[in-house]
Design a protein around this ligand. Structure first.
Ligand code: FES
Length: 176
């Protein structure tokens, strides 16, 4: 080795045994403080499925809603209104309760409103006169650009009605 290179400091960083030991101890502490399950979820996040995003939720019992009646409830989370309808001819349907136009809350009218005297049973958005067909959720009148998202319902032997995801119409207004 040439004389002038002897005694020169190398560019490779030098770590003391103490620094390396500190690093190992700190790393071990981090791993011990983070629960293994959370660490696994962070490293391998679970794939979100429809059922996780839209949990199966008890809405009501069929006995609680008369024919041509409706019930407002929250789905898929407590800040989101939805409407359950017992259709005049029988059969339950449910929709997201937020209009697809500009986000007003919709409701089911079981009696005639002005302009719809001959066909009173519709889902209305009062803000700009949006009208939806109650058995399908499709737009009948007004500015809404698309149908109401239709909630998938399940009814068990006891008549309990569950919301379990959506049949159609996603994304939800304001959450897409
Ligand atoms: S928000 Fe429903 S018609 Fe405008």
């Amino acid at each position: 080795m040439p004389q002038d290179e002897i005694g020169k400091k190398s560019n490779v960083p030098q770590f003391s045994r103490r620094a390396i030991l500190k690093c190992i101890v700190l790393s071990a502490a981090v791993f011990l403080l983070i629960p293994v399950e959370r660490l696994a979820q962070f490293l391998f996040p679970p794939k979100q499925t429809g059922s996780e995003a839209y949990p199966r939720t008890l809405v009501a019992n069929s006995k609680d809603i008369p024919l041509n009646g409706s019930l407002l409830f929250q789905y898929p989370h407590k800040d989101r209104p939805a409407v359950l309808i017992n259709l005049p001819d029988g059969g339950f349907v449910a929709y997201d309760g937020i209009c697809t136009h500009l986000g007003c809350q919709v409701h089911y009218n079981k009696v005639a409103v002005s302009g719809w005297e001959n066909n009173p049973q519709q889902v209305f958005s009062p803000c700009h006169g949006g009208v939806f067909e109650p058995s399908t959720g499709k737009v009948l009148d007004g500015p809404p650009p698309r149908p109401l998202p239709k909630i998938k319902l399940e009814i068990d032997d006891q008549g309990d009605i569950y919301a379990n995801g959506y049949e159609s119409g996603l994304p939800l207004y304001g959450e897409g």
